[in-house]
Ligand binder design. Structure first.
Ligand code: UD1
Length: 419
């Protein structure tokens, strides 16, 4: 198991290129199961989660080829069972349910594992499938969905914590081949949902309204092959902006999309940073000391839960007190105890982290617990005095392409050690 060692206190400067979005690539790759024809997907990030998804597609019978960021999938025939061995490593495996149900009217997938960020049910996905006419059975750790035929329906995907991103993706993918019209209410509006809908439309689907809470799908008889480039990863982009904020003199990210990052940009400006942008490049520069800010995570276009941990790392050394409230995954604070071991002053009050800015952090051995929490510890390590050793970095490799190399190219002293 690799670990990452960060020697803190080195100033970052330079330019880093943002990769394709993990959270777009995963459902888009799953969507290739909807056609027998080849699909070509560009800008697919080289991440372990993507690797798991390709393994699942392969297991389901698809031919998969991959060459430097371009993945070709041809699913002439598909099996409908994705067993525990292939899906257990990643929660997003659940998004093969929708396309398999859409195409074969049947799918069995082992109930997902993945990030340890609290209870992560899939009841809303299943509610959507049922509305389309599918029966749902849960048995021996597997969920099976099946239907003699799928018929368009009006479906609300509103849950206790708002809408569901993968649930919207899943129901969308099941509905494109359903008979008649499907109206998805309370749909997730995240850019990754829009990217999936754009890809499905290139395949011949008829989807309108993606990016708004109401998506309307006119079912079609079949889909064909298509070519698509995945959007930039807004969370990777946000993470590098926070790296620039924590330890940078001037850091520029390129091939990013500011519109997708506006809530993060606004939060960083509220802390006193200067952000400038032109043609997909965003530059962050410090402007004196880091100011405190209160944040609440919300569905898009609000502040993303996937950036909450990284902002906690930044605010740990801000001037003054900040409150960060987690509204999407209330238990998503595994990074807090590790940041405290590095000297941060953070108290948890329910789903709110109360952060009192301290003068500095000190390096320590810490444990990565989930993807974004791990990123937060790397960021804290950039600022900390001495050496921070981040264990269990396989969490980071799930979602950040070459994070150590990219940070190294900006001047961070960071090394990966094989254990
Ligand atoms: C996706 C992202 C993840 C991000 C999250 C929220 C991918 C691969 N992952 O995860 O990085 O943190 O969106 O932006 O795209 N919920 C239910 N029932 C369900 C489904 C979800 O109650 O059936 C709840 C969840 O527990 C959570 C909230 O709804 O509280 C939002 O979760 P959801 O949007 O579904 O997250 P994912 O799509 O799994």
């Amino acid at each position: 198991m690799d670990k990452i060692i960060v020697h803190g206190g080195h100033t970052l400067a330079g330019t880093v290129k943002i990769s394709g979005s993990k959270n777009s690539a995963l459902p888009i790759l799953a969507a290739t199961l909807l056609t027998k024809e080849p699909c070509v997907i560009h800008r697919v990030p080289d991440l372990s989660d993507v690797h798991y998804m390709l393994q699942i597609l392969n297991h389901l019978g698809a031919e998969v080829e991959r060459a430097s960021g371009v993945v070709t999938v041809k699913a002439e025939k598909v099996d409908t069972v994705a067993p525990y061995d292939v899906v257990r490593k990643m929660r997003a495996s659940v998004c093969v349910l929708g396309p398999l149900l859409g195409r074969e009217k049947e799918a069995t997938v082992s109930l997902p594992g993945g990030c340890v960020i609290g209870d992560r049910p899939i009841d809303l996905h299943l509610r959507g499938f049922e509305a389309l006419g599918a029966a749902v059975r849960v048995h021996a750790g597997n969920v099976k969905v099946f239907a003699p035929e799928l018929v368009g329906a009006k479906i609300s995907l509103k849950g206790k914590f708002g809408s569901t991103v993968l649930g919207t993706d899943n129901v969308l993918m099941a509905s494109v081949l359903a008979e008649g019209t499907t109206v998805i209410e309370d749909a997730a509006c995240e850019p990754e949902v829009v990217d999936l809908a754009n890809f499905l439309n290139k395949m011949g689907a008829r989807i309108e309204g993606a990016g708004t809470p109401q998506i309307v799908v006119e079912g079609v008889k079949e889909l064909h092959g298509a070519e698509h480039e995945v959007i930039p990863d807004r969370i990777e982009a946000g993470t590098f902006l926070v790296a620039g904020a924590i330890a940078g003199r001037e850091v520029t990210i390129t091939r990013a999309k500011y519109d997708h990052l506006a809530a993060v940009g606004t939060a960083l400006e509220a802390c006193g940073f200067n952000l400038t942008r032109s043609n997909g490049a965003i530059t962050i520069r410090p402007n004196g000391s880091v100011g405190s800010v209160d944040l609440r995570t919300e569905p898009y276009p609000g502040f993303p839960t996937d950036m909450q941990a990284q902002m906690c790392a930044l605010l740990a050394t801000a001037r003054g007190d900040s409150e960060v409230t987690e509204n999407i995954f209330p238990q998503r604070f595994m990074h807090v105890s590790e940041l405290k071991r590095m000297g941060a002053a953070i108290e948890l009050d329910g789903a709110t982290a109360k952060i009192r800015g301290v003068n500095g952090l000190s390096g320590a051995p810490v444990m990565a617990s989930d993807l974004r929490a791990s990123a937060a510890l790397v960021l804290a390590g950039l600022k900390a005095e001495g050496e921070t050793e981040i264990n269990r970095v396989y969490h980071i490799d799930r979602g950040y392409e070459l994070i150590d190399e990219k940070l190294g190219s900006l001047g961070a002293h960071i090394e990966r050690v094989k254990v």
